[in-house]
Ligand binder design. Structure first.
Ligand SMILES: Cc1cc2nc3c(=O)[nH]c(=O)nc-3n(C[C@H](O)[C@H](O)[C@H](O)COP(=O)(O)O)c2cc1C
Length: 298
């Protein structure tokens, strides 16, 4: 498990960033802290801070395609400057004792594929593993991940290779391992819409079949998560709740009414009440009922 990507600059300048992005629970080990940035000395200092905070690994993000990150040479912005990546690898590796890993895209564009060279450099600089999201920066999230790039990286290095991109079901995870020989798989978007994917992959590997989550599983997951957000007074909790209700209830019959009711809620408690009302079969507010009725009729 890994934290959301965290600005190395930000975390050194403002300790509130630690509270917001680099928190973890005692039962979440082993856990990795993911950093982004472009200055080797700043990244090295931030990595040391992560080690001091008790993280088991530190990871460098060379995959984020967002304009505001790329503009400062962070995330996938660095993929066009391999010597700069080498300087970061060496500075961070020398700064910490914990394992250091990297997550990257295949290259800036189809014409500038660097994943094999980058993985070899990571190995030479003493990184413990590499994770490849097999798309280019230019692709964003469009098209398909090109798993053959994962196979090429796996063939080029001896350190563990983690494959990433377009795993939606356990069968996809098995296919990625089969086609690329990768040592592990990483799940992005499906973790948010179907957090049971991890259990399902374990079941599928052991028995060749897996169970789908029921409504009770979904309710329990949403409720637990929302109660944690409320108890910890998480900044931006209401926004997260609205986003996660939408992700967690896709495919649940009549849930469009719930999503509308939650969207209109004005407080965290109100969100939770509306979720409870939906899953326990109580009445949703009139507007939400009308919405779910029209969803059924349409
Ligand atoms: C909303 C969102 C946030 C993401 N944040 C991060 C991040 O902080 N660090 C990271 O390495 N990748 C991040 N990713 C990328 C995913 O980890 C993953 O590489 C990508 O979505 C492809 O894998 P998937 O097909 O399993 O989703 C993010 C993706 C999305 C959609």
């Amino acid at each position: 498990m890994m934290t959301e990507f965290t600005s190395a600059d930000g975390v050194l300048r403002d300790r509130r960033v630690v509270g917001r992005y680099l928190q973890f629970y005692a039962d979440e080990h082993p856990i990795s802290a993911q950093l982004f940035g472009s200055d080797p000395a700043v990244l090295a200092d931030a990595a040391r801070l992560c080690e001091d905070l008790g993280f088991d690994l530190v990871d460098l993000n060379l995959g984020c395609p967002a304009k505001k990150v790329v503009k400062c040479n962070g995330g996938s912005g660095l993929l066009r400057d391999l010597p700069a990546i080498g300087r970061i690898f060496r500075a961070v590796r020398a700064a910490v004792r914990i394992p250091f890993t990297v997550k990257f895209r295949a290259g800036w564009s189809e014409q500038e594929i660097v994943c094999v060279e980058l993985a070899r450099m990571a190995e030479d600089c003493g990184l413990a593993a590499v994770a490849l999201h097999a798309r280019t920066r230019e692709q964003g999230y469009s098209g398909f991940a090109r798993w053959e790039w994962i196979a090429a990286v796996k063939a080029a290095v001896r350190i563990p290779v983690v494959g990433n991109g377009d795993i939606r079901r356990p069968e996809d995870a098995a296919a990625m391992v089969g086609q690329t020989g990768c040592d592990a798989v990483m799940i992005g978007r499906t973790a948010a819409s179907n957090p049971w994917i991890f259990r399902q992959i374990a079941e599928y590997s052991a028995r060749g079949c897996y169970e789908e989550p029921g409504e009770a599983d979904r309710y329990s997951m949403i409720r637990t998560y929302f109660e944690m957000l409320i108890a910890e007074e998480t900044p931006g909790a209401i926004g997260k709740m609205k986003q996660f209700v939408s992700w967690f209830t896709h495919g649940v019959p009549n849930s469009s009414g719930l999503r509308k009711a939650v969207y209109e809620a004005r407080s965290e408690r109100e969100v939770l009440e509306r979720v409870t009302a939906f899953f326990e079969g109580n009445a949703l507010p009139a507007a939400a009922h009308a919405a779910s009725l029209s969803a059924v009729l349409s």
